[in-house]
Design a protein around this ligand. Structure first.
Ligand SMILES: Cc1cc2nc3c(=O)[nH]c(=O)nc-3n(C[C@H](O)[C@H](O)[C@H](O)COP(=O)(O)OP(=O)(O)OC[C@H]3O[C@@H](n4cnc5c(N)ncnc54)[C@H](O)[C@@H]3O)c2cc1C
Length: 328
């Protein structure tokens, strides 16, 4: 197979309980920009219930949607999804496959790449097409000190892209496209035996408008309750540095940073967080940053809009009082 045998750009859209993850729309918007100069077909592939609103993918930029329809995908399992996607990718042969770097996407993409014997660049922050029509996959490397430009020799060229990296295009209800419905080729997987199901904490920190985050300045797990109280008053959620996640104070679902979640809230309050580059990588795009730290030379202050030199154990109760007064 040569480069000429592969055509078009495909976004694999994630859905859960019948709702398409917005990263798919961001990727379709980016795909449209990528093919502006050298038009190529933009496709989306989604596995979900029959009732899924696949037209939303057309309205956000797809020319063609492959919908593998079945109730088995109501709550998607990456192993069943993989088994169903592989034959389709072999048949359609897209030149480029883009997947959102969500928890699900990060688990699905390497399985697909391995099965197709192709390369994969994870966690890209930007994409370009070079003069030969090849995908340039851009991602930070060496803890964000350089931006690596990566090209894959094999096809399809596959990349996962972080959520909220690209803007979400407005839907165009007039946009025409084709929706192709397929039967699932594999309906159950029997290679993994489920011994026990443990409920996972469902928080969507990436979408939060307000994040109140704690770092090693928080002395114990119980003290996160104080930050939670403020987050609740502000309608937000709790964030954390990696060190407190590693210490077992709070779950990984709350980790902000290079190896955690990237957030862009309207307000980020960093309490007892020094501002290591790996932490800043996940929150520096926040609209307003308030940093509370006892050390006036803490690097977090270099990106803070408001810096408070002080003990957060004293500052947060005071802020809480003020915010409560305002919301009463
Ligand atoms: C490959 C790699 C990936 C990483 N990924 C991540 C990541 O995703 N996210 C992440 O956060 N880190 C990540 N790290 C770790 C990162 O390098 C730092 O170790 C970590 O961010 C430090 O956490 P911290 O700011 O909570 O702790 P510290 O650096 O120890 O800072 C604690 C701060 O609290 C202040 N303080 C103490 N008591 C108080 C008080 N009562 N009131 C106010 N301030 C107080 C101190 O002055 C200090 O500035 C990664 C590291 C590596 C090598």
């Amino acid at each position: 197979m040569t480069q000429q045998d592969y055509k078009g750009l495909m976004v694999i859209a994630e859905q859960k309980d019948g709702t398409i993850h917005p990263v798919a729309f961001e990727l379709l918007g980016k795909a449209r920009k990528l093919v502006e100069k050298d038009p190529q077909e933009i496709m989306a592939l989604v596995l979900g219930p029959e009732s899924l609103n696949t037209k939303a993918l057309i309205e956000r930029g797809a020319d063609k949607v492959f919908h593998v329809a079945g109730e088995i995908f109501n709550h998607p399992d990456e192993l069943i999804c993989k088994e169903n996607i592989i034959p389709l990718l072999r048949e359609i042969k897209p030149a480029i496959v883009l997947i959102g770097a969500t928890t699900f996407g990060r688990s699905l993409a390497p399985r697909l790449a391995a099965a197709l014997d192709t390369g994969l660049t994870a966690d890209c922050t930007d994409l370009q097409i070079d003069e030969d029509g090849k995908l340039v996959q851009i991602r930070p490397a060496f803890t964000e000190n350089i931006l690596a430009h990566i090209k894959t020799k094999t096809f399809p060229q596959m990349a996962t892209i972080r959520y909220r990296e690209f803007s979400r295009p407005d839907p165009d209800p007039e946009k025409k496209g084709e929706i192709i419905i397929r039967e699932p080729s594999v309906k159950e997987q029997n290679r993994v035996e489920v011994l026990e199901k443990i409920a996972r904490e469902e928080i969507n920190i990436a979408e939060a408008e307000v994040v109140v985050a704690g770092g090693r300045g928080v002395k114990n797990a119980g003290d996160f309750a104080r930050l939670k109280e403020l987050a609740q008053v502000l309608g937000g959620t709790i964030g954390a540095s990696r060190d407190v996640v590693d210490a077992g104070f709070i779950s990984k679902a709350h980790q902000v940073g290079y190896s955690g979640h990237r957030v862009k809230p309207r307000l980020y309050i960093a309490c007892g967080i020094s501002g290591a580059p790996q932490h800043k990588a996940g929150m520096k795009e926040s609209e307003t940053i308030i940093a509370i730290n006892t050390d006036p030379s803490a690097p977090i202050f270099s990106i803070a809009d408001i810096g408070i030199v002080g003990d957060w154990y004293e500052v947060i109760p005071r802020l809480l009082e003020i915010f409560k007064e305002k919301t009463d």
